[in-house]
Design a protein around this ligand. Structure first.
Ligand code: ADP
Ligand code: F6P
Length: 478
């Protein structure tokens, strides 16, 4: 069983009850989608709308169990405590976290509802995999309701060092909530160290090698970097209609132009403003000219009821307008800005079209867009400019790594990537593709579930997907 804030359906699909598996945007649902669609499981989550969700059908082998949220609960739990307190704090406080006492009560009550929903439908001795910062109290609550369950918790976003976590007014409850799990997984090893330090400091726990002993139990911890369905993205980007669409995009953007591409949720952690400033300065200094270079910025709307996200959108749209006003020419904007969701095939076509993929978050748990770009580049070309502060940087060291806070460094790196020789690009891309071939979403789920259930029972139930190693090896032009 998976328990996550969102069901893997977007609002439209959920509202009309269509029996269609439509992925909601965001890394978490994308990651779990390909594993679960063929494995018998129940997914407990919010359908995205207000009030009681519609009756949802079983999708493939996944039974959907919606959790209803009222509009006040969305405000206090989702927009408030999860996305205005925890989200900014866990992302290095790149935006000031907001602490509002009444949000805590709603967060706790909604976590209790998720725990009760899971307890109600879980079979005896079932394995329940709780996801992300929205549901940090659920492991403890669920253990109290159902001590027979095997409980896993995975944090998709960064887990901060004690200096930041200690700011949280309800830090003890939050920490204790996670430690209700049998295994707490993170994207990076550093996050597991942070948890151990905090457990010692706040709960007087004893810690060992990837273990926290507290309250007479031993909780295991570890790093399990999440990934993507590499074979799916590789196959998609090679599909004739996607290749044709990429050709059309290239024609529309200008056959001889160098194309920079960014694809983000419109979120202040993604570094979009820093990137636009760097690009404006490159245009101003004449290092980049509108006649031969263009930036495509896809920024899918996200969390639009949260004020800081609305403000960010206004600032970004103002800056894109200023840059286009100042540097664009008739029929030739400096930046194409697309504030829309795209389907997977359209994204794959965009990835194929880019000369330089610019992924420069200020902090990111992983960043699956970077991995999707690599998986889509069967031609072995294309440069990836990647922030050192994305979890993906630890796995893709042959990308053009950059500190997005260092504007001069960012500008220089963008120019290096734009001017790199094909042989250099091929060598870099080939190393990244080799890594991804062995570290796809299936490998992630297998590693986590094997660690959770050391009998191997759970991992055996994962679908046998196509072998991405073979797929990528076949298409790699090395
Ligand atoms: P996060 O989890 O913070 O959203 P990730 O980069 O890990 O960031 O995951 C983002 C996911 O959302 C990727 O799978 C990406 O393909 C998808 N996505 C990004 N932009 C769009 C868009 N405009 N339309 C649809 N999906 C998108
Ligand atoms: O990766 C972090 C995360 O919050 C995921 O839980 C989610 O898939 C994604 O970002 C999108 O966020 P939201 O569900 O708030 O639209």
């Amino acid at each position: 069983m998976v328990v996550a804030n969102r069901l893997p359906l977007d609002d439209n699909a959920a509202r009309d009850g269509a029996c269609e598996w439509r992925r909601s945007p965001g890394g978490l649902t994308g990651a779990l989608h390909s594993i679960l669609q063929q494995a018998p499981a129940t997914w407990v989550g919010w359908g995205g709308g207000e009030g009681p969700g519609p009756r949802l059908p079983t999708v493939g082998s996944v039974r959907l169990r919606p959790v209803a949220l009222s509009s006040d609960e969305q405000r206090g739990y989702y927009e408030g405590f999860a996305n205005s307190t925890l989200w900014p704090l866990y992302h290095d406080a790149v935006q000031q976290p907001v602490f509002q006492r009444e949000w805590w009560e709603t967060y706790r009550a909604v976590n209790q509802r998720f725990a009760e929903a899971a307890a109600e439908v879980a079979g005896r001795h079932a394995a329940v995999w709780v996801q992300d910062y929205h549901l940090q109290l659920v492991p403890r609550m669920l253990r109290e309701l159902r001590p027979d369950l095997l409980i896993g918790f995975f944090m998709h976003i960064p887990f901060p060092p004690p200096e930041l976590f200690m700011q949280l007014p309800r830090r003890v409850e939050l920490l204790d909530g996670m430690l209700g799990a049998d295994l707490v997984g993170f994207q990076r090893e550093q996050a597991a160290h942070n948890l151990a330090q905090l457990a010692q400091k706040l709960l007087g726990a004893q810690t060992g090698d990837h273990t926290v002993h507290v309250g007479g139990r031993t909780v295991r911890t570890g790093a399990f970097p999440v990934s993507i369905d590499v074979a799916e993205m590789a196959a998609l980007s090679a599909r004739p209609d996607v290749v044709a669409h990429a050709g059309k995009l290239r024609h529309d953007l200008g056959e001889s132009k160098r194309v920079l591409l960014s694809v983000d949720r419109l979120d202040y952690t993604k570094g979009i403003e820093h990137r636009l400033t760097a690009y404006r300065e490159l245009l101003r200094d004449g290092h980049v000219k509108v006649r031969d270079t263009v930036l495509v910025q896809v920024a899918v709307p996200s969390r639009e009821r949260v004020e800081s996200y609305r403000d960010l959108r206004d600032r970004i749209e103002g800056e894109v307008g200023r840059i286009n006003g100042e540097y664009g020419r008739v029929g030739e904007p400096a930046i194409h800005y697309l504030n829309q969701p795209f389907d997977r095939a359209q994204l794959a076509a965009l990835y194929r079209t880019a000369d330089v993929m610019v992924v420069t978050p200020l902090r990111d748990g992983m960043n699956l867009v970077a991995k999707e770009f690599v998986a889509a580049r069967e031609d072995g070309l294309g440069a990836l400019v990647l922030s050192e502060f994305a979890g993906a940087a630890a796995e893709l060291p042959t990308a053009f790594l950059v500190n997005p806070h260092d504007l001069d460094g960012l500008k220089q790196t963008l120019l290096r990537a734009l001017e790199a020789e094909p042989a250099d690009l091929r060598a870099r891309m080939s190393a990244m593709r080799r890594h991804l071939a062995e570290h796809d979403i299936n490998a992630w789920a297998r590693a986590y579930l094997t660690a959770l259930d050391q009998t191997g029972r759970l991992a055996q139930r994962l679908p046998q997907l196509q072998d991405p190693i073979q797929d990528l090896a076949d298409s790699d032009p090395r």
